[in-house]
Structure formats: structure tokens, C-alpha cells
Design a protein around this ligand. Structure first.
Ligand code: XMP
Length: 506
């Protein structure tokens, strides 16, 4: 049985990071709402209590009963988690004289403590709290302090319970990983979470779950749906049918390229050319939200129609990943609902959902893809919006505008690859502006389209910054687009960050 650590989420912005750090230590873990501890799961070997936006003294603060956990499992409380453990044990938590935000230097008080093993004196840690533990109960022992906080970390004696007021999960806490690893040693963790192990156990699980049923999967060309497809293919082979739709809004030659890739992976893929259908539905529509809806509905119609031709389909497979699941994990309510990428389809078609990657982070999906022998260019492909170039042709969409955009986009993306810039960039693309401007080519005055280049860095698409691409590169791309793409006489570079802008223009 795969061992796991449970992270109880009290609403901190860094809860996901705790899970990521543990996974980096090859420890499998899952996040649960603060009041939903899975009591009957024998694979749980330890519990982490996260931080919270609340103070333990707030009327609305989350205050679950921890009696099933405390004393029964090794526990690490982080920030609010540590303060809450002190608070329920009779300690005092008060507004600190000096609120500690950001950098602080840790001084371990007792280097023999298991949690502080290999933690050097004066290690940088990251704090983010207004409250502090001002009085500890008798059975608490302080194991580290900082200049401003006498109780930066403690242990409860005769229990395997620890608390730290700083955040070991954030990058700026130098010894964060050491502390989390020490906690895993306390839990006697085997740390057996690896991509290869994941593949083996997932294939096993999928075989049992699906048995001889038939499954369909909507491929997007992106890494999540592709890795899901390859895993399912290994588990159930020909009972998996993948559908890949050309909505006329893909990148240049993308349909053929992606189908080719899937062929080498041995997948059973039906490619559907639905360009005309989408162009017809989109004709004359300018409003971005309406365009999105038309594209989404068109996809569902095509998918449903194709799926009906295949007999006895029982399952819909989706490339949902853990951040999607966490986003819909409600810590105030009781439901943990799954993200439906293909909105509404499972209910409409009476299909059961299978989501082989729902507990993986993006970088883990990539590792699994590599382990499955998938090519690097597929694994490292930039994110691409579901409505495709539909949200990058601003205003109404025509086949000619899509052609112009595809040509310009192809030059930009190939250029990024040639200059070894592609992997440094989170996402890049070209936007066709609904603007004509005057130019001069040869002896002739032109009045043609302007395009904007967009390239951003990001880690999760929640925030993003524009990439400082070399001027020489921008000059070359601009030249090439204006010279080669009929219909474009001006290229600009988007230098807006998110927020306040977004990555896409529509
Ligand atoms: P924004 O533009 O909101 O985008 O900063 C964040 C990320 O989401 C992608 N994106 C979409 N993906 N359907 C999608 O599947 C959409 O309608 C959509 N809009 C934006 C965007 O490309 C970026 O990666």
C-alpha cells in the first residue's frame, strides 16, 4: 500500500506548496479540508496542519476537533496549525508586538531535536503571521526561536507533535526541505512515490476500475490529455478511443502534426475535420464570451455525435490534474467536486468519469510522460487555450484572419525554438488585432493588419510577467512576419504583466 501524509487545509495560500515539497521528497500526500480527516484510511502515516488567513482568536476561525489525530499520528503544525495546537492545549496566542512578515533568522534551541536535525544556526526562514504564541503549555518544549519570536518552533513532549510558526514549504525558507524531510523521518516514511511506481499502480487500478468497458477521451494536443491517453492505452488498449477535433482554430499544421504524434504512440485516434462547422457557427460573432460559448458547445456537439457512433461507451476519460481538483476543493462546505474539462458531457451522455492524473501536479505529469517514452516536444508544449486561436483573432473570425494569424504565429513559435527560447517561456503566441494601419512596402502605400506578439513567464498562469526577449530576436521575427505574411504590415510586442492584464487578450 502506498503510504500517505494528509495535509489538512485551513485555507492558507501556500497549502499546495506543502504538497509539492513533499512530492519532491518522493512522499505521496493528499490535501483535505481542515475538518475532513480520512479516519479509516490505514495508509496515513502522518498529518500536517496548514496555515490560515484567520487568527485562532477570530470568531470565524476554523477550529476542528483534532482528538482523532492528536497523539495518534505524527503531526506538524505550520503557522496557524502550530498556533491552533498551542491554543487547544491551553497556550496563549496573541497579536505579536512586532508582526513578522518575510525573512527571519532561526536559532535552533536544542539541536538534538528530531525536527531540527541538520538545521544550522541562523538559517533563513520565511514568516507570515500577525499572531504569535506568547505562552506555551507545560508539556511544550521550545526547539527554536528568532530574534522577534521566542517560540518559533516547539515539540509537545511524549507526543509526536511539532509546530513551526514559519513556513517550511516556501522557497525562501532555506532549511524548509530539511525540516519537512525530518518530519518524514519521524513518520518513518518509506518515501516511495516515483513516476515509475505511479505508472505501475495506476495501470493496475485502471484495469480493475474499467475492466472490459469502452472509454472515450477528448485529446487536445496538450500534455495532460496526451499522458492520460497513453496511460489508458497501456491499461486497456483497443477499448480506448480518442477523439481529436480540428475546430479550424488550431495552430498551423497542428492537426496533422498532433495526429502524427499520436500515431507513433500507438493510440487509436479519430481525427475530425470540423473547420467549416465552427467557422459557420462563428461567422459575424464579435463578443469574446459568446465566441467561447459557441466554440465550447460546438465541441460538445461534435464529440457527442462521434461518441454515439461508437457503441457501448461507458466512460469518459479526462486529463484533470491536481491543481484543478484543489481549486474545486471546498474547505467550508463538504463537497469535493471534480473539474469537468468537457463541461456537462458526462451527465448528458450518462458516462462515468475516469481521471488518471487527478492527483498529479503538472511537473509530475511531465515526468510520467517522459517515463512513458513520450517525446520531449510533446511534453514541453506550452499551454494553449481551449478556444484556441478563436480568442487570439480579436473580434469576428474568418478563415482568412485565421490563416494570417497561423502564419505569423508559426514564425514566432519556430523562432523561439530556433533561438532556444521556447523552454524559457511559459506560453507564447500572436494576437491578430482588429486594427489596420498605414505602411509602405516598396513604392506602395499599404493599409493592413497589425499583430501583437505575447510571451510570458509564469508558474501557474495565475500571475505572469512578459518575457524580456532579446531585441535582435524581436527584430528578426518582426521582419520575417512583415515580409512573409501577406496581410500584416505592423508587429508590436505586448509588455503587460498579469495582473493587471491577462495572458490572453480576450
Ligand atoms: P488568462 O488569459 O486568464 O489565461 O490570463 C490564463 C491561462 O488560461 C488559458 N486560457 C484558457 N484556457 N479556455 C482554456 O482552456 C479559455 O477560454 C481560456 N482563456 C485563457 C490561457 O491561455 C492561460 O494559459
Amino acid at each position: 500500500m502506498l503510504e500517505k501524509i494528509i495535509i489538512l487545509d485551513f485555507g492558507s495560500q501556500t497549502t499546495q506548496l506543502i504538497a509539492r515539497r513533499l512530492r519532491e521528497l518522493n512522499m505521496y500526500c493528499e490535501i483535505f479540508p481542515y475538518n475532513k480527516f480520512p479516519e479509516k484510511d490505514p495508509s496515513v502515516i502522518g498529518v500536517i496542519l496548514s496555515g490560515s488567513p484567520f487568527s485562532v482568536n477570530d470568531k470565524d476561525a476554523f477550529k476542528p476537533d483534532l482528538s482523532a489525530i492528536k497523539g495518534n499520528y505524527p503531526i506538524l503544525g505550520i503557522c496557524y496549525g502550530a498556533q491552533y495546537l498551542a491554543y487547544i492545549s491551553g497556550g496563549k496566542v496573541e497579536k505579536g508586538n512586532s508582526r513578522e512578515y518575510g525573512r527571519a533568522m532561526l536559532a535552533p534551541a536544542n539541536t538534538n531535536d528530531l525536527l531540527m536535525k541538520n538545521v544550522k544556526a541562523s538559517a533563513q526562514v520565511w514568516m507570515s503571521h500577525g499572531d504569535t504564541i506568547t505562552q506555551i503549555p507545560d508539556n511544550f518544549k521550545i526547539i527554536a526561536n528568532t530574534q522577534d519570536v521566542p517560540c518559533a518552533a516547539y515539540r509537545i513532549e511524549k507526543e509526536k507533535t511539532w509546530g513551526v510558526q514559519f513556513h517550511p514549504e516556501v522557497f525562501h525558507t532555506e532549511i524548509g526541505k530539511t525540516i519537512l524531510d525530518n518530519f518524514l523521518t519521524i513518520c518513518e516514511a518509506k518515501k516511495d512515490w516515483t513516476p515509475a511506481g505511479f505508472i505501475e499502480s495506476t495501470i493496475d487500478k485502471l484495469k480493475k476500475q474499467i475492466d472490459n468497458d469502452k472509454v472515450i477521451l477528448a485529446l487536445s494536443g496538450g500534455v495532460d490529455s496526451s499522458v492520460s491517453a497513453v496511460l489508458l492505452n497501456k491499461a486497456i488498449g483497443k477499448n480506448l478511443t480518442c477523439i481529436f477535433v480540428d475546430n479550424g482554430l488550431l495552430r498551423k499544421n497542428e492537426f496533422e502534426k498532433v495526429l502524427n504524434d499520436y500515431a507513433y504512440l500507438g493510440l487509436n485516434v479519430i481525427g475530425i475535420d470540423a473547420k467549416e462547422f465552427f467557422y459557420k457557427n462563428l461567422a459575424g460573432v464579435k463578443d469574446p464570451e459568446q465566441k467561447r460559448k459557441i466554440i465550447g458547445k460546438g465541441f460538445i456537439d461534435i464529440f457527442e455525435c462521434e461518441a454515439k457512433k461508437l457503441k457501448d461507451i461507458r466512460w469518459l476519460a479526462q486529463g484533470t490534474i491536481y491543481p484543478d481538483v484543489i481549486e474545486s476543493l471546498s474547505i467550508t462546505g463538504t463537497t469535493i467536486k471534480s473539474h469537468h474539462n468537457v463541461g456537462g458531457l458526462p451527465e448528458k451522455m450518462n458516462l462515468k468519469l475516469v481521471e488518471p492524473l487527478r492527483l498529479l501536479f503538472k511537473d509530475e505529469v511531465r515526468q510520467v510522460g517522459r517515463e512513458l517514452g513520450m517525446k520531449e516536444h510533446l511534453i514541453k508544449r506550452h499551454p494553449f487555450p481551449g478556444p484556441g486561436l478563436g480568442v487570439r483573432v480579436l473580434g469576428d473570425i474568418t478563415p482568412e484572419k485565421v490563416r494570417i494569424l497561423q502564419e505569423a504565429d508559426d514564425i514566432f513559435i519556430n523562432g523561439l525554438r530556433e533561438w532556444n527560447l521556447y523552454d524559457e517561456v511559459w506560453q507564447a503566441g500572436v494576437i491578430l488585432l482588429p486594427v489596420q494601419s498605414v505602411g509602405v512596402m516598396g513604392d506602395e502605400r499599404t493599409y493592413e493588419n497589425a499583430v501583437a506578439l505575447r510571451a510570458v513567464t509564469s508558474t501557474d498562469a495565475m500571475t505572469a510577467d512578459w518575457v524580456h526577449l532579446p531585441y535582435d530576436f524581436l527584430a528578426k521575427i518582426s521582419n520575417e512576419i512583415i515580409n512573409k505574411v501577406r496581410g500584416v504590415n505592423r508587429v508590436v510586442y505586448d509588455v503587460s504583466s498579469k495582473p493587471p492584464s491577462t495572458i490572453e487578450w480576450e
